[in-house]
Design a binder for this molecule. Structure first.
Ligand code: WQD
Length: 337
């Protein structure tokens, strides 16, 4: 039975991708080292779908462990989400980011080739565009400005060169903009370890009383209201983009990038207002200094994904914060195991 292997399967994006694959009838093998996520997320995905993914606690750095997984299943496609993803951490510990992100991808491609698996969907990031001019199109130059983004950029070159080495390869590079939200059930969602760096999870935890207030990182940018503008995408729409990309692998030979975003920019103040509508009460916040490394605006040009993947986002910013708040209220401490 054709089977899709998902690395990073118990994580925030991974659990939503596994849910979408199971709902679409795929057989799924889920791989994760559980270093930054809980197996509880997959137990809940099974409850939600009535189907099981075969789970293996394996790191993408463990070539022998990966080989055993490929030997145990008839895998024909891989969705590669496993990796380190915190910009700030990558500045403090770049070597771990290069080791895990690049080393993991090299390991994975080696084992895929050994087992004749040449279809890959890779979790890239809008961070590869660096400080370019928004809206970003896939044909724009790349120029990541932090170690995390550089590992994503280099992985894109790695997969491009692998695809150029043999016509059997079909690789989709999905450049995520800002994923937020949670499955409408409130049963799976974002469960950051420690204090969240990202805006929406921090706002939601503040609304739940876990933090004193939100600090808006600067209000003197050349944007609609001076605060940072980003392209937020509902995680369920993002997961649907992965299934659309899997379908595109049947027609697109080689390696190709697609932006996964809404194409709509929202400022920090607009996100705060939407969150207060969802929560039903004011959320304490103040304006502070700019955060080093932030760009003023990062919004996707989504025309290629819309046209070639026949995929568009369906959910609004209000949907995102409403669904995120439901997850936050139902799981005040995230997954507890
Ligand atoms: C969004 C906006 C902040 C927190 C990062 C990574 C990117 C991707 C998504 C992995 C900005 C402002 C934030 C806060 C704030 N991750 N903000 N107060 O920086 O756009 O992207 O996460 O792929 O690679 O770079 O997301 O949510 O951190 O910030 O004012 O407490 O919210 O300045 O304008 P970002 P973010």
């Amino acid at each position: 039975m054709p089977t899709t292997l998902v690395t990073g399967a118990t994580g925030y994006i991974g659990s939503h991708v596994v849910l979408a694959l199971l709902e679409a009838g795929h057989e799924v093998v889920a791989v994760d080292d559980l270093s930054n996520s809980s197996p509880e997320s997959l137990r809940r995905v099974s409850q939600l779908t009535g189907r099981e993914a075969a789970f293996h606690e394996v790191s993408v750095l463990d070539r022998v462990g990966l080989t055993k997984v490929f030997a145990s299943h008839e895998i024909d496609t891989v969705v590669h989400l496993a990796g380190l993803k915190a910009v700030g951490d990558s500045v403090a510990d770049p070597l771990s980011y290069y080791e895990v992100n690049l080393g993991g991808s090299m390991n994975l491609v080696r084992v895929m080739a050994e087992y004749g698996v040449f279809r890959l969907v890779f979790s890239s990031s809008a961070t590869v565009y660096g400080e370019g001019i928004s809206p970003f199109a896939e044909t724009d130059g790349l120029g990541a400005v932090n170690p995390y983004g550089r590992t994503k950029e280099i992985q894109e070159y790695l997969f491009g060169d692998v695809a150029a080495s043999g016509s059997q390869w079909r690789i989709a590079l999905l450049r995520y903009f800002n994923p937020v939200g949670a499955h409408v059930s409130g049963r799976i969602g974002e469960d950051p370890v420690g204090k969240p760096n990202n805006l929406v999870p921090f706002v939601m935890q503040t609304a739940a009383g876990r933090h004193e207030q939100v600090t808006i990182h600067g209000d003197d940018y050349a944007t609609i209201d001076g605060t940072g503008v980003r392209d937020y995408i509902h995680v369920v729409d993002l997961a649907a983009g992965h299934l659309a990309a899997l379908g595109a692998l049947d027609t697109h030979v080689g390696c190709r990038a697609w932006n996964l975003g809404s194409g709509v920019g929202s400022s920090v103040k607009e996100v705060m207002a939407a969150a207060e509508r969802a929560v039903g009460q004011p959320i304490p916040h103040q304006v502070g200094p700019r955060r080093p490394g932030d760009v003023a605006e990062a919004v996707a040009d989504v025309s290629r994904a819309n046209d070639e993947l026949a995929w568009t986002t369906q959910r609004t910013l209000d949907d995102m914060v409403t669904d995120h708040w439901r997850w936050q209220q139902s799981n005040p401490q995230g997954y507890t195991d």
